[in-house]
Write a new protein. Structure first.
Length: 276
């Protein structure tokens, strides 16, 4: 059976959801190449090679550590994703309560999807970390507790329109995650909310230094490189564990590998530059 035939055996909704993550969600991280150009890191071959090698090296370290300690790696990935998602969704200038709101928003995504669909989520987790997912669920239960506390703090320290927008978005996301299968719920959030907000923020940031054509060209190039590597690994890994587990591994371990350098660049260096 070839790869295309094998993919056709996967649940249609899940396949569409995973496809959206790859072809809509992943390119938001591929804008890091354009961001690097904006920061002056692509202005000559030496700087460009240094940036690319550093980026790839960090991604490779994540993949390597995942194979050594998959459960710990997955928990770390969930934790940093909770922070990254929440931080990207916060729309407030009140630094005192930004952390609480970020954790509340990110916690709803990470905790909500898994807790509403424990059986389906656990099957996905097993494909990523093996049969023992106890520590993953301990972490996710802690996420729920932390989310409730941060939700209460945010509600108590916001008012008017700001509070209404916060409650409305949390309610809509919670309903979305409760109704839809986990991969579909995640895909809608990741592609249509998180990625679109990032695209908008990056277009605004890059507008003065890089043309729309350059942004598009760089993003497509970086995305295509990721897609090519992922396809090669998927073809190899499918013969070892089956197509669906291999697809989950390639996408989510791949996302973890790209998230670390992406966060260091977007949530680390760029935020540091803004604060100066």
């Amino acid at each position: 059976m070839n790869l295309v035939d094998a993919l056709s055996g996967i649940d249609t909704l899940n396949l569409i959801a995973l496809g959206a993550v790859v072809f809509i969600g992943l390119p938001h991280g591929a804008m890091d190449g354009a961001l690097a150009a904006h920061l002056g890191w692509m202005e000559n071959k030496k700087k460009a090679v240094t940036f690319l090698l550093g980026y790839v090296a960090m991604a490779a370290l994540v993949v390597g550590f995942w194979f050594i300690a998959p459960a710990i790696s997955f928990i770390i990935f969930l934790g940093i994703s909770m922070f990254h998602f929440g931080k990207g969704d916060v729309d407030t200038n009140d630094k005192q309560f930004t952390a609480a709101e970020s954790l509340a928003r990110g916690g709803v995504v990470i905790g909500g999807i898994s807790q509403f669909h424990k059986t389906e989520s656990d099957a996905i987790f097993q494909a990523l970390v093996g049969s023992n997912t106890d520590f993953v669920w301990l972490f996710l239960n802690a996420v729920v507790g932390l989310t409730v506390i941060c939700f209460a703090l945010t509600v108590a320290n916001t008012q008017g329109r700001e509070r209404g927008l916060f409650l409305g978005e949390i309610a809509i996301l919670s309903l979305l995650f409760a109704i839809l299968p986990p991969l579909v719920g995640f895909s809608i959030y990741f592609c249509l909310i998180h990625s679109m907000r990032h695209f908008a923020a990056m277009r605004t940031m890059l507008a003065d230094t890089i043309s729309k054509f350059q942004i598009t060209r760089t993003t497509v190039l970086f995305s295509a490189m990721c897609w090519a590597v992922g396809l090669i690994i998927l073809a190899q890994q499918s013969s070892n564990v089956g197509v669906e587990p291999a697809l989950l591994q390639v996408i989510f371990i791949g996302l973890a590998a790209l998230t670390v350098p992406h966060m260091m660049l977007v949530d680390g260096y760029v935020e540091y530059q803004k604060s100066q």
